[in-house]
Design a binder for this molecule. Sequence first.
Ligand code: OOG
Ligand code: NI
Length: 478
Amino acid sequence: MAGAGAGGDNTRPSRPHAARLPSPMTAFVTPDRIRSLFAQAMSDMYRTEVPLYGDLIELVGEVNAATLQKDPALAARLARNAETERLDLERHGAIRVGTPAELAMLGRVFALMGMHPVGYYDLTVAGVPVHATAFRPLTEAALAANPFRIFTSLLRLELIADEALRTEAEKILARRDIFTAGARALVAQAERDGGLNEADAQRFVAEVLETFRWHGDATVSLATYEALHGLHRLVADVVSFRGPHINHLTPRTLDIDAAQAAMLERGIQAKALIEGPPRRAVPILLRQTSFKALEEEVAFPDATGTLVPGRHSARFGEIEQRGLALTPAGRALYDRLLAGVRQAGGAGNTSADYPQRLAAAFAAFPDDETVLRQQGLGYFRYRLTERGATLPTAERAAMTPDALVEAGHAVVDPIVYEDFLPVSAAGIFQSNLGGGEQRAYDAHANQEAFEAALGKTIHDPFALYAQAQDASIAALRT
Ligand code: OOG
Ligand code: NI
């Protein structure tokens, strides 16, 4: 399924190259190391490209420090789940690619960084002609090392009814190579040899970074851009440039309401509404807010090669707060309550009373950790207390996880949601594409086609959370 250096599905700290000879000249670095280098390089690049992102990082850092200081129980919980260190590093980004070949190559690039496709997202239901996956680390150890993820969308040109324009878009995409020759060579080398040494890993990251860089000059004429834009803003964004520029990088905050207030205080034009569930005592899944895409100057070549000035909006800022990962039962309840609120309002989440209606609907969602656990709505990680660890193994093994918790022999913490939400993602797409644009596509989810394009199977997120929970339960008994 995953390519070379993938890091595997083990739940212990991964030592994928332990069997190789540790010669200092050839020793391979771990995929975790390459991902950390990459995440840092992306963050540094985006900070210079979009200075507002740097402001956002600072703001979130301040909010997180204040939140941890006010809430020692939360601080202790993060510490015991190896989340404290990763918090300051934690980001997700998003890109959009145009062809199956581009997606397949990205899948190989990300595999070398220990980032694998998890979850399938169909955005056509929200009028955006793409489907997507998130490339992310799979195991608890890899997530703790660096949880960097990239939400990756593939354009579905087949949904474009205008045949002439669709053919033209296909031709334009066929002409470009979004990867440098150096990146291609290093991917081939790593797959052949089974890894990269430190120097090659650094070169690899520098080469790969080029794929995600912003280009202020388009590859198409202004007229072509406008025609593509007429199909959908997103089509213009994907087709008109040399590569899939990173369109946002999102830090994780521990208190999104405080961060949202701080953004508005500093004059950052945050989106009016936070996507996802309402504020609760037990945060669930994912809450996100963004600020609008920047209008950027772009130079479009005319037929003679002369550059003609124009504008495009692509890049924006976003922050998110992550909570409990829900089981299929919990997720079904979430989806049902959210759909009810959105339908009742008639206009999605744009009406003024949406926050009140959202909160009212979610009164039906238990908001107590013990109840959530007992009703099987969320995934939890169990851990023996010091006292529990002194119990004879046979005695421990005879007790259920719940009985161990009740007797004070084990503590239990929510497993954090590491993925995305299709309705929220659609809201993010809509807001940064310029608001009210809604199209109806006569399409349906097509995970098979996406996987065929990618050349890999998508991991089921629920299975990964269940694996983490089960491993923690098994550890209570050993
Ligand atoms: C991706 C939007 C989805 C999220 O956080 O849900 C996303 C895009 O605009 O390309 O990033
Ligand atoms: Ni995002």
